[in-house]
Design a protein around this ligand. Structure first.
Ligand SMILES: [Zn+2]
Length: 134
């Protein structure tokens, strides 16, 4: 009986195409933050599971899409980490460096009726390189 598996795959597929559409619709970094020349996003994870997702890092330049909603790295989790507010903060902050922690609010897809909360912990570091004030 593999029906459950294919349904989960369909849900995952829908999630990714929605994510792709959202990202395509996002404004460019240079439109949203004209002063930003480079934005570095570093993500690391702390979880209780047997497998902790590998760290991720991104460097965004002005033509990149200003889209800061990162899906939980667990493929069976429907959570997202929303870093938009933190990106606004790092651009406005004079040090242009922000560190923070977020817990995943999503739940893991489960074969059981009970869907365990994910609670994967994200530790993020944002660094902005901004052009001098003018
Ligand atoms: Zn999650």
């Amino acid at each position: 009986m593999r029906l459950g598996c294919s349904r989960d795959a369909a849900i995952r597929q829908a999630r990714y195409s929605q994510l792709h559409r959202d990202r395509e619709a996002a404004p460019k970094l240079r439109t949203m933050f004209p002063v930003v020349e480079q934005l570095r996003v570093e993500l690391s994870f702390e979880g209780d599971g047997a497998v902790t997702p590998v760290p991720q890092s991104y460097v965004l330049h002005p033509p990149a899409c200003a889209y800061f909603s990162f899906p939980c790295p667990y493929g069976d989790c429907d959570g997202r980490f929303e870093l938009t507010a933190a990106v606004h903060a790092v651009v406005e902050d004079s040090s242009h460096l922000i560190e923070g922690v977020l817990d995943c609010a999503g739940s893991r897809v489960s074969a059981f009726r009970f869907k365990p909360l994910c609670l994967l912990r994200l530790c993020f570091t944002l660094t902005a390189v901004c052009s001098p004030a003018h």
